[in-house]
Design a protein around this ligand. Structure first.
Ligand SMILES: Nc1nc2c(ncn2[C@@H]2O[C@H](COP(=O)(O)OP(=O)(O)O)[C@@H](O)[C@H]2O)c(=O)[nH]1
Ligand SMILES: [Mg+2]
Length: 320
C-alpha cells in the first residue's frame, strides 16, 4: 500500500518546509509514504527548498498554470508513481499533516473513494465573516448540485483512492475542489467527510483575494460542471421558463380575441411568439448538449481504460 502526498506549490519557499515536516512517514496500514511537490512555475526558491528538505518527487510547470491544472498534473504523476492512495494538501501549511491517517482511514477500510477534510470553517478565527459565509453558501450550492452531503466543499485537504484518481478529469480552470465533487457524485463515487484541524494562517489566501471574483469563478465552475453532466435538465428548465413566459401573453391575447377585441393586442401575440421561439430553441440546444454529454461519457470511459493500461489497474508496486 503506497501513499503519495501531493503538494501543489506556487511560491511557497517559506511554508513548504513546515508543511512537509508535519507529514507522517509511518502510517498504520500503509507501507510507503512519499511526498510529491508540483511546482507551478514559482519565481522564488520553492524548487531548491523542496530538494533541500528531501521531497521524494518534484514535478514542475515551467510557467504558472493555476491550481486546477497543477492539481490534475499531480494526480497524473501520483498514478504514474504507483500510488494506491493520493492525498492533496496545500503548500501554505494550512492543513495539519498529522491528520493524514484520519483522512485516509475511510479509503483504507474500503468505505470511500474520495475523502474531504472538513475544516469546520465556522470556527476558524482568522477567516473573515464574509469568507465564512461564502464558504458555507458555496458548500450548500455544491451539496444541492451534487446531491451529496459534503460539508466543506472547497477544502483542499483530501484523499483519493487509486481508482477515484483515475476517474477524475479536471477541465475547468479555477476550482478543482468543486469540479471533483460534482463529477465524483455523477460517477457514483462514495464521498466521505472527515473533521480535520487547521494551522493558524501563515499567509493570506491567494485564491480568495477578491470576493466578487471568487463568487463569479466558483459559480461559473458549478454551472459548467453541472451542465456538463446534466445538460438536458439545465436546458429544459431554461426552455420551459421561456415557454411559460410565452403562454401568459398568448392567454391574454386569446381572452381579448374571444371577447371580440383582438385589435390593439397584437403586441401580446408578437411577444408570445418570440418567447415560444426562444424557448423551443433552448430545448433543442438541450437535446444537442445531451448528445454531446453522452459522447463525453464514452470519451471518459476510453480515457479510464487507457489510464488503466498506462498506469496499471492494480498498482505494479503493490506490496502486501
Ligand atoms: N493562488 C495560487 N495557488 C496556487 C497556484 N498554483 C498552485 N497553487 C497552490 O494552491 C494551494 C492553495 O492556495 P491558497 O492561496 O493557499 O488558497 P486557499 O485554498 O484559499 O488557502 C497552495 O498550496 C498554492 O501554493 C496558483 O496559480 N495560484
Ligand atoms: Mg491557503
Amino acid at each position: 500500500m503506497k501513499l503519495i502526498v501531493q503538494i501543489p506549490c506556487y511560491n511557497e519557499e517559506e511554508t513548504l518546509p513546515l508543511t512537509v515536516k508535519d507529514i507522517p512517514r509511518q502510517i498504520d496500514g500503509v507501507d510507503q509514504v512519499e511526498i510529491l511537490v508540483i511546482d507551478d512555475g514559482s519565481s522564488d526558491r520553492t524548487i531548491s527548498v523542496a530538494e533541500e528538505i528531501g521531497v521524494d518527487h518534484i514535478v514542475r510547470n515551467i510557467q504558472n498554470k493555476g491550481l486546477a491544472s497543477t492539481f490534475f498534473a499531480g494526480l497524473d504523476a501520483g498514478l504514474r508513481l504507483g500510488a494506491d492512495i493520493i492525498v492533496n494538501t496545500d503548500g501554505d501549511n494550512q492543513y495539519k499533516g498529522q491528520d493524514i491517517p484520519k483522512l485516509i482511514a475511510p479509503i483504507l477500510k474500503g468505505e470511500a473513494d474520495m475523502v474531504i477534510g472538513d475544516r469546520n470553517t465556522d470556527k476558524i478565527q482568522h477567516f473573515s465573516g464574509s469568507k465564512r459565509m461564502f464558504e458555507k453558501l458555496g458548500s450548500f450550492m455544491v451539496r444541492l448540485l451534487s446531491d451529496t452531503d459534503v460539508v466543506d466543499a472547497v477544502s483542499g485537504f483530501r484523499a483519493f483512492s487509486r481508482d477515484a484518481a483515475m476517474q477524475t478529469n479536471i477541465v475547468t480552470d479555477f476550482s478543482y475542489t468543486i469540479e471533483t465533487i460534482i463529477q465524483g457524485s455523477h460517477k457514483r463515487m462514495v464521498i466521505a467527510n472527515v473533521p480535520i484541524g487547521t494551522n493558524p494562517e501563515s499567509r493570506e489566501s491567494r485564491l480568495f483575494n477578491s470576493i466578487p471574483r471568487f463568487i463569479a469563478r466558483s459559480g461559473a465552475t458549478m454551472i459548467r460542471t453541472y451542465t456538463m453532466y446534466r445538460p438536458l435538465r439545465v436546458f429544459l428548465y431554461i426552455g420551459f421558463l421561456f415557454i411559460v413566459g410565452g403562454l401568459i401573453p398568448s392567454v391574454r391575447f386569446l381572452i381579448y380575441f374571444f371577447a371580440g377585441e383582438s385589435a390593439g393586442h397584437i403586441q401580446s401575440l408578437i411577444l408570445a411568439a418570440i418567447l415560444f421561439i426562444i424557448g423551443f430553441n433552448v430545448l433543442m440546444i438541450g437535446v444537442v448538449a445531451d448528445i454531446i454529454s453522452l459522447n463525453r461519457r464514452l470519451i471518459e470511459e476510453t480515457l479510464l481504460r487507457v489510464k488503466r493500461i498506462e498506469f496499471g489497474h492494480l498498482n505494479p508496486h503493490h506490496k502486501k
